[in-house]
Design a protein around this ligand. Structure first.
Ligand code: 5GP
Length: 181
């Protein structure tokens, strides 16, 4: 059986970049592609970043029991495909889920052997400026995301590990210690 790692972190914390660098160095790890009802951001590709679904299609999959977990985050729905997770772990591959903290805690209750990792920003000010610098969200969406950060940090108290993303290189080294250790 492969090992399951769940990585969460506030929007804009740079977790995507750290995970991408980790996967480039360690291609034996797989990353689960989630389904979402959110609209694609510029440059995002269906089937690569997410499977982009309409709300009715997403709800149909929830009713079919297709998701290991799903959650509403900032007004959109996100879900992890059950089949992919089971097949990947059964074939002996280690798997990373990049999901929100509610989803992470749900996964932990279903699969207690999963290791939960939370990536923190160096400070709230830094997080806000990174979110704004990304220029992909409206002011309203940015405010919603900053609000959810507080709940995310509270939920992270139950996580197994925390990493502060001060520099990508250090965060990557910390992640390697946990995932390869
Ligand atoms: P974004 O819209 O910035 O891509 O993602 C918003 C949040 O949803 C992030 O915290 C991301 O980790 C989380 N997320 C992405 N996919 C899933 C999923 O399948 N399940 C859950 N619970 N959260 C997800």
């Amino acid at each position: 059986m492969g090992k399951l790692f769940v990585i969460s972190g506030s929007s804009g914390v740079g977790k995507g970049t750290v995970i991408k660098e980790f996967l480039n160095k360690h291609p034996e790890f797989k990353l689960s592609v989630s389904c979402t009802t959110r609209a694609p951001r510029e440059g995002e590709v269906d089937g690569v970043n997410y499977f982009f679904l309409s709300k009715p299609e997403f709800i149909k999959r929830v009713e079919n029991g297709d998701f290991l977990e799903w959650a509403e985050f900032s007004g959109n729905m996100y879900g992890t495909g059950k089949d992919y997770v089971e097949k990947t772990l059964n074939s002996g591959h280690n798997l990373i889920l990049e999901i929100d903290t509610k989803g992470a805690l749900n996964v932990k209750s279903l699969m207690p052997e999963a290791k939960l990792i939370f990536i923190l920003p160096p400070s709230m000010e830094e997080l806000e400026s990174r979110l704004r610098g990304r220029k992909t969200e409206s002011e309203e969406a940015i405010k919603k995301r900053l609000e959810s950060t507080k709940l995310e940090i509270k939920n992270s108290e139950k996580f197994d590990y925390k990493i502060v993303n001060d520099s990508i290189a250090q965060a990557l080294a910390d992640l390697e210690k946990i995932l390869l250790g």
